[in-house]
Design a protein around this ligand. Structure first.
Ligand code: ATP
Length: 585
């Protein structure tokens, strides 16, 4: 197909806002094409892609480079091109403008066809290393030289990775189903695409083997499946209703979702958006090699950052620091991550998606060799709403966002690519950052991770209730202490350590040592949450729950100027919690 013909379809698509028209235009386009490879290229180009996103070969040329290509192909100065871009704001329109009034009239222009455009863009996507920038500019210019204004519009846009014709993958699948004979084939195409999210591949199979061929498309190890997503509810009661009580409750970890493909010793990690992120997590790769006892498998889990001293979960933002491309080795040490595995969709050649959740979960548990770095997610099958409530509070207490509730009935398949009621998320509802710091009293001390017999490195902290003269626990803090702080704390705590709980102290947590209330530390936290473990404001907001600080951190300030009775009071904490709620409502 000539490229000039394809772009007339692009232009028609761009000019319509009706989904029906769009479908008709796409179906007409597919009708024009007979060659499967060409159809596959066209599908990619309509979406502004050259490869499926998981391949990680995005064109994404910067505006600067495209400007240089336009300048090279049209003979206009790059500054002129740039100021036109400031005026029009669309690199496609800019390319069209300059290419249609090309100064350097080349004597021999060769008409573009789809294959040449696709192959050249493909080459650009694969050009890397030294001198690659100039090569990319030259390759793009070689297309623009032979292009008409309209062709240039779309070539420039594809190069930038933004098509602006409003066609999404699902629209394209529907158009393909019409091309195959019936709109009713759409679910079949969708199911195939959810397992192999490569629009070019699906198009090719559809052209070569028709709908029967598409039906046979199955999971492929090494190609990420589209992730199953969750609906949301506001309360455990609602979740119970939605699942008719046939449910499992799973901690909702606050980290990064990972889909992990293991083929013997070859491990690939894909993000929620199906990008290959293996290079960022060499530590996870090692863990999976060592601890996942299966040759060929696809599992899903959440990677969570942990504090390197205490082993406790850290907020999502810290994990995001791992996104940097540099110093990965250093980052691994500074921000270790642990994996909580929550599903399995493929094992040794078998697609497990159609198995009910409890069966998948059982298989999953059998192949994971637990360690500090990898575990199946924390999960229960609650017998009543009360158990679900308690587990929800426990999840928050453990630094999680809440629960993902999983339907555990016979229909509970893995619904790839869908947001449905088989998974339901129940999140804690307040997220405001606490501005104020709190001055809390040390009432307990605990050994750090793998440091038994070494230093006490995290501390149970309390607010003060002056009416009853009691110190009630509100968090355990292990973050923010430098080595010299730990040494200092161990020294000053020594005379205060007790084996039995001091009379003026209350907590649902058992520290390694209790501490006579004396020392006051300044603590910063992300927010206040309900907690089944801590005793501050116990039963005030909810039966069986107190208040706790989420992600507490020592600011470095020892409040020697305060006696324990001057510490933040329980009443103040209650006020802060109410304010935080108001802010959100
Ligand atoms: P959110 O921002 O709430 O994570 P989302 O759109 O990324 O939303 P949802 O499907 O709505 O995703 O919520 C489920 C998400 O929760 C998953 O994508 C995953 O990253 C995360 N998660 C954490 N723990 C679990 C778990 N045990 N089971 C399933 N998903 C979990």
């Amino acid at each position: 197909m000539k490229f000039s013909e394809l772009v007339t379809y692009f232009e028609r698509l761009e000019n319509t806002s009706s989904r029906l028209d769009m479908m008709a235009i796409l179906a007409e386009l597919y009708k024009k094409i007979t060659d499967p490879d060409e159809a596959s290229m066209v599908s990619y180009l309509v979406l502004g892609e050259i490869h499926p996103p998981y391949v990680g070969l995005e064109l994404g040329m910067s505006e600067k480079l495209i400007i240089r290509s336009i300048s090279m192909a049209s003979g206009y100065d790059a500054n002129q091109v740039e100021s036109k871009l400031n005026e029009l704001g669309d690199i496609g329109k800019v390319a069209e403008y300059f290419i249609s009034k090309k100064r350097q009239m080349t004597l021999f222009t060769t008409e573009l066809n789809v294959k040449r455009v696709y192959d050249t863009l493909d080459k650009i996507s694969k050009t890397s290393g030294e001198g690659s920038i100039n090569d990319k500019i030259r390759l793009l210019a070689s297309l623009l030289v032979d292009a008409s204004g309209l062709e240039a519009r779309y070539i420039a846009r594809i190069a930038e990775g933004v098509m602006r014709i409003g066609v999404a993958d699902m629209t394209l699948l529907e158009a393909l189903s019409i091309h195959l004979g019936s709109r009713e084939y759409k679910p079949v195409l969708e199911e195939a695409y959810n397992m192999v999210p490569d629009i070019g591949y699906i198009t090719k199979v559809a052209y070569e083997k028709g709908i029967e061929g598409v039906k046979k498309i199955d999971i492929k190890l090494g190609i990420p499946v589209r992730p199953m997503l969750a609906e949301r509810v506001k309360s455990p009661e609602e979740a119970w209703e939605k699942t008719n009580g046939q449910l499992a409750a799973d901690f909702k970890y606050d980290g990064e979702r990972m889909q992990i493909h293991k083929d013997q010793d070859n491990v690939l990690i894909f993000s929620r958006r199906l990008e290959n992120i293996t290079y960022q997590f060499p530590d996870v790769v090692e863990t999976v090699k060592k601890s996942v006892k299966a040759n060929k498998v696809i599992i899903e889990g959440e990677a969570v950052a942990i504090d390197k001293n205490t082993g406790e979960f850290r907020p999502f933002q810290e994990l995001m620091r791992r996104k940097r491309k540099y110093d990965i080795e250093k980052m691994i040490k500074e921000i270790p991550v642990t994996l909580r595995v929550f599903d399995i969709v493929y094992l040794n050649g078998e697609n497990l998606m159609k198995k009910p959740f409890p069966e998948r979960r059982k298989i999953l548990e059998e192949i994971i060799e637990e360690s500090e770095w990898i575990k199946p997610s924390e999960l229960i099958y609650p017998k009543n709403v009360k158990e679900l409530w308690d587990f929800f509070l426990l999840a928050i207490e453990n630094g999680c966002e809440g629960l993902v509730i999983k339907n555990a009935g016979p229909e509970s398949i893995y619904q790839a690519g869908a947001r449905g009621w088989l998974w339901i998320k129940l999140k804690r509802d307040y997220r405001a950052e606490l501005v104020d710091t709190l001055d809390l009293v040390v009432i307990g001390a605990l050994y750090g991770r793998g440091r038994k017999g070494g230093n006490l490195s995290s501390f149970l902290m309390a607010v003060y209730d002056p009416d009853n003269d009691i110190f009630r626990s509100v968090c355990k803090v292990g973050t923010g202490f430098k080595d010299e702080d730990i040494a200092y704390m161990n020294k000053i705590l020594k005379p205060l350590l007790r084996d039995k709980r001091p009379a003026r102290v209350e907590s649902g947590m058992e520290p390694d040592y209790w501490v006579e209330p004396k020392i006051v530390l300044e603590i910063q936290a992300a927010e206040i949450t309900l907690s089944p473990v801590h005793r501050a404001a116990y039963n005030v907001f909810q039966e069986g729950a107190g208040l706790a600080l989420r992600f507490p951190r020592f600011t470095g300030r020892y409040r020697d100027d305060k006696s324990p009775e001057d510490a933040t009071t329980e009443k103040e904490l209650i006020e802060m919690f109410k304010q935080q709620r108001r802010k959100i409502e």
